[in-house]
Every structure is written in structure tokens, then in C-alpha cells.
Write a protein that binds this ligand. Structure first.
Ligand SMILES: Cc1cc2nc3c(=O)[nH]c(=O)nc-3n(C[C@H](O)[C@H](O)[C@H](O)COP(=O)(O)OP(=O)(O)OC[C@H]3O[C@@H](n4cnc5c(N)ncnc54)[C@H](O)[C@@H]3O)c2cc1C
Length: 441
């Protein structure tokens, strides 16, 4: 949806006074004195967090050896995948090209995955068997999608037979739109799911649901569909005020919802889903569908989960998340290890916006650690995403570790969806994301 000149002027005038503008303007910040060191810093993961840290360290350090390890060559703007699934962006608009384009000059890129972390020996071992020693480690592996935990689920079948998922890849996000477009012509039973684990962008399953509903209304076929939303969690969203708000919106739009119902099995051929209630022995029920949106359980990647770096007790132990101090983002037992992004075992905080907030803190604390100085900043867990409510409107959702709302734009009501928040989502946040990668925002 292109912006009219008036929309554009209103937008720019509003933005001029905001932290987002300040963040983008910081591209011209004066250079700070660089810290000389011969330390070897290994960054596991070349996604949003890993690249943002590499760029910040390359600017802040002189003489350091920086190695990024990641076998994935292409970089995708994942927050754009919901726009692919809603038929708003064409399939290629969320592609950002080769990862190396965003790496700072002079770093080494090992194109492989870490298979083993041994923080006692300050060593990682890649799947190919390369053993790499480090002085400092940044864990930036993101999270693992566990489609296989759903009995009968086959990722290769996504995009056919009414089986959709925005999370698996840009292709599966784009094919979600093809399936939604087909479903809105025929109608039938749509089943929208969410797991009971932490998720990256916990709003994404809700956004896809609102878009499905809206796209059907657009062509006048909404009354031909029954849409139900089933989450394994005890709430529709981890922040109560949004749990309530989404519930009200679902009710107003005729979307029924069920809590503590996790998708545990699927018969793709028969188009039948099995849900399990709370607890290990929860009651099972089956639901027939014409369209299903599958959101898999998520955890730390196995290499982190099975290492000494993961939480061994408490709420983050089950998913194998990284045991960091939630304020300093430094590992609680291995002080030469830091965590950034989705991998962190902290409350909430699995968005690219969290990377934007955490990257300066991790880079700053690592540079202080090189100089034997203690952390001096506290991360509040800033988490944010524009929660699309329909085409042309979104809620700007922003909160901290404790679920307190932390709105950054004074003229935007966090509980009122707006064209402004939609415009941010569709036009502004991709360039802001690239600025985060470059370590400039
Ligand atoms: C559908 C969807 C919608 C989203 N919407 C939003 C939104 O609206 N707003 C928002 O802010 N965020 C959104 N996000 C979330 C955002 O994309 C992530 O939070 C962000 O990318 C996290 O950055 P990261 O570096 O932790 O992980 P990633 O960017 O996922 O990168 C992790 C990297 O680590 C690599 N890796 C994995 N295992 C290993 C290993 N063993 N060794 C080495 N490398 C490894 C991977 O290959 C990958 O390159 C969305 C995500 C999705 C999927």
C-alpha cells in the first residue's frame, strides 16, 4: 500500500521526535576511542544478534580477532514473513542477500554450525570437526523450531493440502498466503495454532489469524468460515493487557479461542489435528480442518541445550535456553560468555527489537570485560512488535522483562491500533533492522 504525500509528511513529522529517529540518526555518531586487544572473540550465529555484535565490536576494538560461525549463507528479514503470509509483500521482499554483506571487514567467517560448546575449555567444535578456542564467546544462535515434536508433521508438506506455517522459511511464509488466498474462496474450517513454549515474535500466530479473517472479509466470504485459535499456553499473549485485548478482538470478529490446547499430532492426508490439554497426560481431542496454521514448539538449538551453557534449573531449563543474567546479558557461570537475541533464557524478549536493545549492552560489556571491568548497564528486556490487526492497521506492542508497557512513541496509544503502526511495520522497520545489523541503531 503506497503512502500518499500527506501520509508521508504526517509520518515524518511524527517520527522526527521519536527514539526511532534518534536511533537511525546515530549513524553519524562521533567515533569513540578504540580499545586495543589481541583477544579472540567467537560469535556463534550470524543472524540479527551475531552480526549486530560483530559490527559493534569491530568498531570498538583494535587488533581483536573476530570469528563468526554460521553455516547459513542467506540473510532473511524474518519480521517481514508475516507480511508475506498476508499477501502484503511479494515473496522476495524479505530477502536481504548474503550474510557476508553485513559482516564488518577483516573478520573470519567459518561456514559451519557449532556442534559442541565446551565453556570450561573455552572451545567450540563445529559439525565438520573444527575445534576453535576463544577468549570471549557470544552465543547468538537464535532458536530451534521443533516441528518433529508434532506427531505426523512433515515440514516438506508445507504449502499444500491446507497445511501452512509462517515460521519455517520465507517459502513457507509465501505459500501460507497462497493457501489463505485459496481458502478465502472456498471457506471451511480454519484452525490456527500456537505452542506452549516461548516463541520468537509471540504475536506472529495472532497476526496471521487476524490477516486470515480480514482477507476473507475483503472478498465477502468471512461467513463461510469457522476460524478457531488454539494455543498450548494459558493465555493468548504473555502480557495480560494484550491477552485481554486480543480476546476481545477475537470475540468481536467471531474467532473462537481455546487455551491450554497444544497441537501434538496431525494427519496431513486426512486433514485432522490432535490437541492435548494441560499436563503430560492431558486429555486429547481431534479437530478436522480445511486450513491449518502450524506453529511448532521452540527451544534452544540442541548444541546449546546439551552444553554446560544452558540453564540447569528454573523456568528456562526445559527449553535449554542460555543461562544469562537478564540485566547484563553476561553468562551467570562463565563470565567470558555473553548471549544476544532469541537464545537468551530471559523472560519474554524474542524479537529483533530485543536485539536492538541488547546489542549495545552486550558489545559494551564485552569490551569492558576485555579491560577487566564489570558490566555497567542494565537491559530492561525491551521487546516489541507491531501486532497487525488487519490490512492497514496495527498495535504497537512494547514491553519489558516484567511485562510492563514501555511505549517509545508518546503520540501512539499502545492499546489502539493505527495506520501509523502499520506504516512502521510495512515501510520503516526493515531499514531500521538493517541499521541494527550494521551496529548503527
Ligand atoms: C514469522 C516471524 C515474525 C517475526 N516478527 C517480528 C516482528 O514483528 N518484530 C520483531 O522485532 N521480531 C520479529 N521476529 C523475530 C526476529 O526475527 C528474531 O527475534 C530475531 O531474528 C532474533 O535474532 P537472533 O540473532 O537471535 O536469531 P536469528 O536472526 O534467527 O539468527 C540465528 C542464527 O544462528 C544460526 N545458528 C543456529 N544454530 C547455530 C549453531 N549451532 N552454530 C552456529 N550458528 C547457528 C542460524 O543459522 C541463524 O543464522 C519474527 C520472526 C519470525 C520467524
Amino acid at each position: 500500500m503506497p503512502l500518499s504525500p500527506l501520509d508521508r509528511r504526517t509520518l515524518l513529522a511524527g517520527l522526527a521526535a521519536t527514539p526511532l529517529a534518534a536511533a537511525l540518526a546515530s549513524a553519524s555518531e562521533p567515533a569513540q576511542a578504540r580499545v586495543r586487544t589481541q583477544a579472540h572473540i567467537v560469535i556463534a550465529g550470524s543472524g540479527a544478534g551475531g552480526i549486530a555484535i560483530a559490527n559493534r565490536l569491530a568498531r570498538g576494538l583494535e587488533g581483536a580477532r573476530i570469528t563468526i560461525i554460521d553455516g547459513r549463507e542467506q540473510h532473511f528479514y524474518q519480521p517481514g514473513w508475516t507480511l508475506l503470509a498476508g499477501g502484503i509483500w511479494p515473496a522476495d521482499r524479505a530477502a536481504l542477500g548474503n550474510n557476508g554483506r553485513y559482516h564488518p571487514r577483516g573478520i573470519e567467517w567459518v561456514k559451519d554450525f557449532v556442534a559442541e560448546f565446551d565453556p570450561t575449555a573455552n572451545t567450540v567444535v563445529t559439525r565438520g570437526g573444527q575445534r576453535i578456542r576463544y577468549d570471549f564467546l557470544v552465543v547468538a544462535t537464535g532458536l530451534q523450531l521443533n516441528y518433529k515434536a508434532i506427531e505426523g508433521m512433515d515440514e516438506a508438506a508445507l504449502g499444500q493440502n491446507g497445511l501452512a506455517s509462517v515460521y519455517a522459511s520465507p517459502e513457507s511464509a509465501a505459500s501460507t498466503w497462497k493457501l489463505i488466498d485459496a481458502f478465502r474462496k472456498t471457506g471451511g474450517r480454519a484452525v490456527m495454532t500456537a505452542p506452549n513454549t516461548p516463541m520468537k515474535c509471540a504475536g506472529a500466530p495472532v497476526k496471521v489469524t487476524f490477516l486470515l479473517d480480514d482477507r476473507m472479509r475483503e472478498v465477502g466470504t468471512r461467513e463461510r468460515a469457522q476460524i478457531s485459535y488454539r494455543t498450548g499456553g494459558a493465555a493468548l499473549f504473555g502480557v495480560d493487557v494484550y491477552h485481554q485485548d486480543i480476546g476481545r478482538r477475537f470475540e468481536a470478529r467471531g474467532i473462537e479461542h481455546h487455551l491450554q490446547q497444544r497441537l501434538t499430532g496431525i494427519d496431513i492426508g486426512a486433514k485432522r489435528a490432535t490437541f492435548t490439554g494441560p499436563g503430560p497426560e492431558g486429555a486429547k481431542s481431534t479437530v478436522d480442518y480445511d486450513f491449518i496454521h502450524v506453529v511448532p514448539p521452540m527451544s534452544a538449538p540442541d548444541a546449546v541445550r546439551n552444553s554446560d551453557l544452558s540453564w540447569k534449573e528454573g523456568p528456562f531449563a526445559g527449553g535449554g535456553w542460555l543461562e544469562v543474567n537478564r540485566e547484563t546479558l553476561q553468562h551467570r557461570r562463565f563470565p567470558n560468555v555473553f548471549g544476544i537475541g532469541d537464545i537468551n533464557g530471559t523472560p519474554r524478549g524474542k524479537t529483533a527489537a530485543t536485539v536492538k536493545g541488547g546489542a549495545p549492552i552486550v558489545a559494551g560489556h564485552l569490551i569492558r570485560a576485555i579491560q577487566n571491568q564489570a558490566p555497567d548497564q542494565q537491559f530492561n528486556g525491551y521487546t516489541s512488535c507491531p501486532l497487525i490487526t488487519r490490512v492497514g492497521s496495527a498495535l504497537l506492542v512494547e514491553f519489558d522483562h516484567d511485562g510492563n508497557l514501555v511505549p517509545s512513541l508518546p503520540f501512539i496509544d499502545p492499546l489502539q491500533d493505527s495506520f501509523f503502526a502499520w506504516t512502521m511495520k510495512v515501510h520503516l522497520l526493515k531499514p531500521a533492522y538493517v541499521a541494527v545489523l550494521r551496529g548503527r541503531a
